[in-house]
Design a protein around this ligand. Structure first.
Ligand SMILES: Cc1cc2nc3c(=O)[nH]c(=O)nc-3n(C[C@H](O)[C@H](O)[C@H](O)COP(=O)(O)OP(=O)(O)OC[C@H]3O[C@@H](n4cnc5c(N)ncnc54)[C@H](O)[C@@H]3O)c2cc1C
Length: 402
């Protein structure tokens, strides 16, 4: 038997679930097909990471009615401190200077995941298929038909549109035959949580080191989420260190700005790559989130970028008569590609600039940090970029309904 929906979403991670909440509010019938069991422990999108949400992401989440439930779980970033190891110049970005309550907010993925899942449970027009996988996809002039397998049963579902948000190794992208541009950075992101001697005072730290970068993001209960980018060849050695030796090594990379690093949480690692698509849709199938673009976490922009996909998509798909209209997908694609390219290039350039040992690059880095002080517009530009003001600003990011 075929089950009919308006929109089929493959991948119920952070992007797919945020999108589902927005579509449900537009009174559309939504199906989420998620490969992992629907509980926090085994859901890879809602793992031990913490993510920095930009200021515009907060606005989008407010518009999707997610923020209200999430806000008690987030920690505001009031200031960002940028520095380089073994180099004097450093910089501050501040919410006060940008005239906003916070530059961004940090949330643990597990908390974000449980908030999204609780919201989804309340929408009667969202149907979950989990653990389930896409098996076959066929596009017709007026609909998309998919076959999925769930607990060894096959189901056929149809929708007017399909959204692929099934992550960086998206099977849907493979089935659609879209070409990926992939470049490995030869680095891993190592994440953990630490407790520090001094309070973080809502400051996020970005420190560039000899071989990568280390970010400390403020969390509740005076903890910090650490994202440490290291070279591939260092990974085994660093992962093998006992907690004490690990903290000592991390301390030497980060500095003593927060006093002694004390307690350590679980360590996880992620290989880092840059991936993008030239094409964000094919007929009635649209690709978004990590399935469409994967970037280095150095600037903390991956999910923020995915949420901007969601926001613009929501204001694109319905026409004046409240029907789903695929004619505007081309414009959606052009506008999103612009933001994606700028954001990818930005994090790419940061890595190149800060991981080069050439003395010329060292001079450029020092000059760059000094220039931010001498020319405040540069600082303002960087802060605005981090806050998510890139390319076409969606209605949701401007605080309006989609
Ligand atoms: C160390 C680290 C730190 C980061 N920090 C930040 C940050 O500070 N700020 C920020 O904005 N971003 C950050 N990011 C990026 C952010 O985590 C990602 O952009 C985000 O997780 C993308 O969400 P997604 O839903 O698109 O994909 P995913 O999180 O990969 O979710 C994909 C979902 O699809 C499901 N799935 C996979 N295959 C199938 C299939 N065949 N069928 C059905 N379902 C399937 C998966 O189970 C999963 O639930 C960071 C990333 C890393 C690695």
């Amino acid at each position: 038997m075929q089950q009919q929906f308006d929109i089929l979403i493959i991948g119920g991670g952070m992007v797919g679930c945020s999108l589902a909440c927005g579509l449900a509010q537009l009174n559309l019938r939504v199906a989420i097909i998620e490969a992992s069991p629907w509980n926090n422990e085994e859901q890879p999108s809602f793992d031990d990471r913490s993510i920095a949400l930009s200021y515009t992401s907060k606005k989008i989440l407010q518009g999707l009615n997610i923020w209200e439930a999430l806000q008690e779980k987030v920690t505001a970033i009031k200031k960002i401190h940028i520095s380089e190891k073994n180099s004097y110049p450093h910089q501050w970005l501040s919410a006060k200077q940008e005239k906003v309550p916070a530059l961004g907010y940090v949330v643990e993925n597990r908390h974000f995941g449980s908030t999204l899942q609780a919201m989804i449970a309340r929408y009667e027009n969202i149907t979950l298929f989990t653990p389930a996988k896409l098996f076959r996809l066929q596009q017709y002039p007026h609909q998309v038909t998919i076959t999925i397998t769930q607990l060894e049963q096959e189901y056929t579902l149809t929708g007017e549109l399909l959204v692929a948000s099934d992550g960086a190794v998206s099977r849907t992208v493979d089935i659609l035959g879209l070409q990926r541009q992939i470049r490995s950075y030869g680095q891993y992101a190592l994440i953990t949580n630490v407790i520090t001697e001094y309070p973080h005072n809502n400051i996020a730290y970005e420190r560039f080191t000899d071989n990568g970068s280390v970010a400390f993001l403020p969390l509740r209960d005076n903890r910090c989420a650490v994202v440490w980018s290291i070279q591939e060849h260092q990974l085994a050695e660093i992962m093998a260190l006992d907690d004490h030796a690990f903290l000592t090594t991390l301390q030497s990379q980060f500095s003593w700005r927060l006093g002694e690093l004390k307690q350590l949480g679980k360590r996880q690692r992620y290989p880092l790559q840059c991936m993008s698509l030239n094409q964000l849709y094919q007929h009635r199938c649209v690709v978004m989130g990590n399935a469409a673009h994967t970037l280095h976490p150095i600037a903390g922009q991956g999910f923020n970028l995915g949420l901007r996909d969601v926001a613009l998509f929501l204001e694109t798909i319905k026409d004046e008569d409240n029907n789903i209209n695929i004619n505007k997908l081309h414009k959606y694609e052009q506008q999103r590609l612009q933001d994606i390219q700028i954001t990818l290039q930005w994090s790419d350039q940061l890595i190149r600039l800060f991981t080069h040992h050439n003395p010329l690059f060292k001079t450029l880095r020092t000059g760059g940090l000094l220039a931010m002080e001498i020319f405040p517009p540069i600082k303002h530009f960087i802060a605005r970029h981090g806050m998510g003001y890139n390319g076409k600003i969606s209605r949701l990011a401007s605080g309006l309904a989609p």
